[in-house]
Design a protein around this ligand. Structure first.
Ligand SMILES: Cc1cc2nc3c(=O)[nH]c(=O)nc-3n(C[C@H](O)[C@H](O)[C@H](O)COP(=O)(O)OP(=O)(O)OC[C@H]3O[C@@H](n4cnc5c(N)ncnc54)[C@H](O)[C@@H]3O)c2cc1C
Length: 550
């Protein structure tokens, strides 16, 4: 029989072009494989990105409503999940803060003991850091200075740190917006422009200063021949030729994600598949494929151990603030309230005020009806006593210039579960549904810190409305659901990211993470994908092994 290489459209098909997917594409093309990347979202150029979040059709992703942006928000009973959707995955909308997790994360969760993580991971973190161009943030804005001062007043000033960011910053004393030939990959990468401190990272960098995946891993992969299919959603993955374990390859079915009617179904074949559709996307696709009989042997642990990084989003607003609080880098600095409680100062660029609709007066108290009553009381009292100040606090206009979000993350092991069910309100179709114990939305010491921050800034502390009204925390850091473990009884993939029950099938994205990291997860996802790809032999060795098997 001829080499199996020639039998398939591609050697590897990668589903999703985020951190896990882009690392996989780059390393696999480097090893000589023919690679395709299927990406549901659009390809963006800096000049196409929306100026502010008011351009909702170019910011938000809901293609059936004509919204074809790069940012998505999904509501569940236990959590609101914010995530990215674009060529480059979450990197187009992310704040580019790239922090390593504390070492203790390797000792908890189902991955503990499966590898010598503490010895192995540092070199993969180093590789990932170099590829993502991580440097300490030198652009501290007014929001960072407020964070530093508040931390000092609260007795934790020594924990203040400028974040490590994947942003091309100007050299000391030089202005931003200067274009240079590729500064990262010895001339192999694209030219880049230095950061202007506009605080716009989360709305997509319009200057090409943020080190998004389409400017590093994915750029290099495409240069080596990887084919990226944008606006292409994978809807089915099936083993080929009756080999139910996938040892004869897979067929991958796609449709056009942005089309309403003519969805242009296509079929591709490949020797191996990498699921990199993010924690939420991979869970959703695998549940669907397990249910429709395409991949019935996926572990029953699918959807278990989903973690939200135990986050709470609070903040402060300073109506009429003389300084523009949106200036700087989206997440410029952080502090630790204690060993497990980490707070970062986050901002949106001036004019991106729509998130202001989600913020309201900070309200303490046990979640539930008591907290809602307390919130109503606070709103009414404030309206009666300071009507003008109250209206200035709640109007969305000017929100980004006047507000700082305090993102609180805890390295505590809270978990929820996702399953595939028909919800009572829509019995016609199955969806991802969350269950389990609720992750706390009220972190008392974080609220106290927000009050102090508001006092230092001369404004008012803020909570988010879904946390108060529905007791639902928000997170941009959903991880887990297909965790690394020693067996299908405890997880979905092994420590080489191979899916239990199938051959030549891998998962490389946030879904494999098996512990709450307590920091933003993208660097860990990148380093884990680097490690997983390091176990895959070069294409020539695979071809030789295939010939021997034939
Ligand atoms: C506003 C915001 C700010 C953030 N800031 C930070 C930060 O500063 N630092 C940090 O570490 N993290 C940050 N994050 C989180 C970070 O974006 C994610 O942790 C990271 O992108 C996850 O990587 P991933 O490889 O798991 O998947 P992703 O990067 O999410 O990529 C998955 C891709 O798969 C695609 N996909 C899904 N399903 C399919 C399908 N069926 N077919 C084809 N394609 C599919 C999606 O469109 C998506 O592009 C932020 C997130 C948000 C929303």
């Amino acid at each position: 029989m001829a080499s199996r290489n020639g039998q398939f459209d591609f050697d590897f098909i990668i589903i999703g072009s985020g951190f896990g997917g882009s690392v996989s594409a780059h390393r696999l093309t480097e090893k000589g494989y023919r690679v395709a990347v299927m990406e549901m979202g659009r390809r963006w150029n800096p000049t196409d990105l929306p100026r502010t979040s008011w351009f909702i059709h170019r910011w938000f992703w809901r293609p059936k409503l004509g919204l074809r942006g790069f940012f998505n928000m999904r509501l569940f009973r236990h959590v609101t999940i914010f995530h990215g959707c674009a060529v480059g995955g979450g990197s187009i909308t992310y704040a580019a803060t790239l922090l390593p997790p504390p070492e203790k994360v390797w000792e908890s969760g189902s991955w503990s003991g499966l590898a010598d993580w503490k010895t192995e991971m540092p070199r993969h973190f180093d590789t990932a850091s170099g590829m993502l161009g991580i440097l300490e943030n030198k652009i501290l804005g007014p929001a960072d200075r407020l964070l530093q001062k508040t931390a000092a007043d609260c007795g934790c000033g020594h924990t203040f740190y400028p974040t490590r960011v994947g942003i091309f910053q100007p050299r000391d004393g030089e202005p931003g917006s200067q274009t240079f030939p590729d500064p990262f990959f010895g001339g192999e990468g694209p030219e880049r422009t230095t950061c202007t401190s506009c605080g716009g990272c989360i709305m997509g960098c319009r200057y090409g200063a943020k080190n998004t995946l389409d400017l590093n891993y994915l750029f290099l992969a495409e240069k080596r021949g990887a084919q990226v299919f944008p606006e292409t959603k994978v809807v089915n993955v099936r083993p080929l030729n009756g080999a139910s374990d996938g040892s004869s390859g897979y067929e991958v079915h796609t449709v056009r994600s942005t089309a309403w009617l003519r969805r242009q179904p296509r079929r591709f074949t490949c020797r191996a598949v990498v699921f990199s559709a993010s924690s939420l996307g991979t869970m959703e696709l695998l549940f669907h494929l397990k249910e429709n009989g395409s991949l019935p042997a996926i572990s029953a642990q699918l959807g278990k151990q989903v973690r939200t990084n135990s986050e709470s989003i609070i903040g402060a607003r300073v109506p009429g603030c003389r300084e523009d609080l949106s200036q700087g880098i989206a997440i410029g600095s952080g502090i630790y309230l204690d060993e497990n409680t980490h707070i970062e100062a986050v901002r949106y660029p001036s004019g991106s005020d729509t998130m202001g609709f989600l913020t309201t007066f900070l309200t303490d108290g046990r979640p539930g009806s008591q907290r809602i009553v307390l919130w109503l009381k606070n709103v009414l009292a404030s309206l009666l006593l300071h009507p003008i100040k109250t209206l200035r606090l709640v109007r969305p206009w000017g929100w980004a210039r006047e507000a700082v979000i305090l993102l609180c993350m805890q390295a505590l092991d809270e978990q929820i579960e996702m399953s595939w069910r028909r919800p009572w309100f829509w019995p016609f179709k199955k969806f991802l549904v969350s269950s389990g114990d609720k992750v706390p939305t009220y972190i008392p010491k974080a609220n106290e810190f927000a009050k102090k921050f508001a006092q230092v800034a001369g404004g008012a502390a803020m909570s988010t409305l879904p946390e108060i009204l529905f007791d639902v925390p928000g997170t941009a850091h959903c991880i887990g659901g297909c965790v690394i473990a020693d067996s299908p009884a405890r997880g979905v993939v092994d420590d080489h990211h191979r899916v239990f029950g199938y051959k030549n099938m891998f998962i490389c994205d946030g879904s494999v993470v098996a512990a709450n990291l307590g920091v933003n997860p993208s660097l860990t996802i990148t380093a884990l994908a680097e490690r997983a790809m390091s176990f895959i032999p070069p294409a020539v060795e695979t071809a030789v092994a295939d010939r021997a098997a034939d």
